[in-house]
Design a protein around this ligand. Structure first.
Ligand code: XMP
Length: 305
């Protein structure tokens, strides 16, 4: 790793110089990248920064409250309640790339509204090195890289962490005293639970995905996976009580990795797997079964869409 203190000094100087006496906005997702970029930018330009947290309705359980607490010190934090708008835009859409694009576009609209209100000329982004590499290739479009800049009327985009890997970002987060819940949090994709739901995003699938992801994060904490998640992958028959149900199939995935570009499925013990199965099938009446994904990356990706 680079020298963390030196990195922070250089990055804040760069942000301050680029933004000058103008205003900037940053989109906070609750993940370690954007949270660290926001903390860096706040250190650099203080109240000239407005951090915008868009509650898309696709977030993890408790995420909005955590953001509120962690960034309470920023006077200019904005929490935008956009759940209904995102769900409405996603209605009926089943194509994975289209879903990503819809979410990316809606983010832009939500940002634009706030950026206009606070008269922002600059956009700060928590883009890290692997995001750039994967977006340059054809693997997937990451909403926080592809598409955002040129569509909005900003004078400039500032990406202070563009050359860092995830583990380096965590070191910076620790040095900036970000809450452990953020700095040690598993990566979470910008499009949120939408990429952990195969096909159309509905309220019911979201409820299942949110609860299942919460169970997985809790149950697998001791394994210290690089990333662990649950995805709603389809429907299958089950029996609940005296009835046959055609319910959701939830896939659990836990991987070891350094940078997310390749990953190995993690070996878990049977008891842990069974405990997750029991909690996830018990969490919602329409969950019929739980499966464990044993596929490495490649050939699979970490997320499901
Ligand atoms: P995949 O699924 O491509 O994911 O193996 C690699 C890593 O990237 C995260 N990911 C995203 N992060 N915006 C993000 O900020 C995105 O659109 C996005 N898609 C995937 C994923 O969670 C994993 O850590």
């Amino acid at each position: 790793m680079v020298d963390v203190e030196a990195f922070i000094e250089e990055a804040t100087a760069e942000i301050a110089e680029e933004v000058g006496d103008k205003n900037a906005v940053i989109g906070l997702s609750g993940g370690v990248d954007s949270s660290t970029a926001a903390a860096l930018a706040y250190e650099a330009i203080g109240d000239q920064l407005t951090a915008v947290y868009v509650d898309t309705g696709l977030m993890r359980k408790g995420e909005t409250d955590e953001i509120r607490e962690t960034f309470d010190y920023m006077d200019s934090l904005r929490i935008v309640e956009a759940q209904d708008r995102f769900l409405e835009e996603l209605e009926g859409e089943t194509d994975p790339e289209e879903k990503r694009h819809i979410i990316g576009e809606q983010f832009i609209r939500e940002f634009e509204t706030v950026a206009r209100e606070v008269d922002a000329d600059y956009l700060v982004q928590g883009t890290i090195y692997p995001d750039r590499i994967e977006s340059e290739g054809t693997i997937k479009s990451h909403h926080n890289v592809g598409g955002l800049p040129e569509r909005i009327d900003f004078d400039g985009i500032v990406e202070p962490m563009r050359d860092l890997y995830k583990d380096e970002v965590r070191e910076v987060a620790r040095a900036l005293d970000l809450e452990e819940i953020i700095s040690e949090r598993m990566p979470f994709p910008g499009p949120g639970l939408a990429v952990r739901i195969i096909g159309e995003v509905t309220e019911e699938k979201l409820e299942v995905a949110r609860e299942a992801n919460h169970v997985v994060e809790e149950e697998l904490e001791e394994y210290e996976p690089w990333q662990a998640l649950a995805a709603v992958i389809g429907k299958a028959t089950g029996v609940k009580g005296d009835n046959r149900v055609h319910g959701w199939v939830v896939a659990v995935r836990s991987v070891e990795s350094r940078d997310g570009m390749t990953a190995r499925a993690q070996e878990l013990d049977w008891e842990t797997l069974q405990r997750m199965q029991s909690r996830i099938t018990g969490a919602h009446e329409n969950v019929a079964r739980v499966v464990y994904d044993v596929t490495h990356k490649p050939p699979a990706t970490i997320e499901y869409e």
